[in-house]
Ligand binder design. Structure first.
Ligand code: PEP
Length: 252
């Protein structure tokens, strides 16, 4: 179902204690003055999920893992399975983030295994796609992102595709302070929605939440979220400060 979503991606930041404090601060403010019709998600490190789930008690915030294993279980030292994530109380999992593709060699093949396991275990994947600067400068961003989808989420059945959230995150905008302009975001989101419509039909495309990610902050969120095809944001740096994150939520 298409929803307005503001999801934080804490990445490899915060100790457990700092994470709990941050979650409590967001939870308290969301309860008091957070926009009612926005789904708020905190993407925490694995180690924090159980405690963050316990710490938030307004029932208005969901928790996401930032990754899950590509195998169901077994001798994979250091990995955390989708079933384990689900058992913590998390409802979402971020998959395909460009940092995971770039630093941990996540290919479409690996992502397809993760997507399948996430869905089997009742987690909602937040699937990230987006092009590097060279691709944007060559004007090839549409084909690039379409290919990313074709190799991964477009292999899902319509029933499964309906369960996922897409996040468009141009790599050149992640953590760089260089945000896509509102027009660039709308253009790509409309293209993505059109591409989903070609594959699964208009009804499913119109029901898909497509988030923007890349240096979104309290100053630019309102303009980005005002676009008809932008259904919210995946927020990295600005999700680490409760006040900034709340301001972004309230940009709606
Ligand atoms: C992200 O990593 O998902 C992200 C959007 O980061 P930032 O907001 O810091 O650019």
């Amino acid at each position: 179902m298409r929803q307005k979503i503001v999801a934080g991606n804490w990445k490899c930041n915060t100790t457990l204690q700092e994470g709990i404090e941050l979650a409590k601060a967001v939870d308290a403010t969301v309860a008091e003055k957070g926009a009612r019709d926005v789904v708020v998600i905190l993407g925490t490190p694995f180690t924090h999920i159980t405690k963050v789930v316990e710490a938030i008690n307004t029932g208005r915030i969901g928790v996401a893992a930032q990754n899950c294993a590509s195998e169901a279980k077994g001798a994979y030292t250091g990995e955390v399975s989708a079933a384990m994530v689900k058992s913590t109380g998390a409802e979402y999992v971020i998959l395909g983030h460009s940092e995971r593709r770039q630093y941990y060699g996540e290919t479409s093949g690996i992502l397809n295994k993760k997507l399948a396991l996430a869905l089997e275990n009742g987690l909602t994947p937040i699937y990230c796609c987006g092009e590097a600067l060279e691709v944007r400068e060559a004007g090839a961003q549409n084909e690039f992102v379409k290919q990313q989808l074709a190799e991964t989420v477009f292999t899902l059945s319509p029933e499964d595709f309906k369960k996922i959230v897409i996040a468009y995150e141009p790599i050149w905008a992640i953590g760089t302070g260089r945000t896509a302009t509102s027009a660039q975001a709308q253009e790509m989101h409309a293209f993505l929605r059109g591409t989903i419509a070609e594959k699964y039909g208009k009804e499913i495309a119109d029901g898909t939440s497509i988030l923007y990610g890349g240096s979104c902050n309290p100053k630019n969120a309102k303009e980005l979220f005002a676009n008809p095809d932008v259904d919210g944001g995946l927020i990295g740096g600005a999700s680490l400060k409760a006040e900034d994150f709340i301001e972004i939520i309230n940009a709606y």
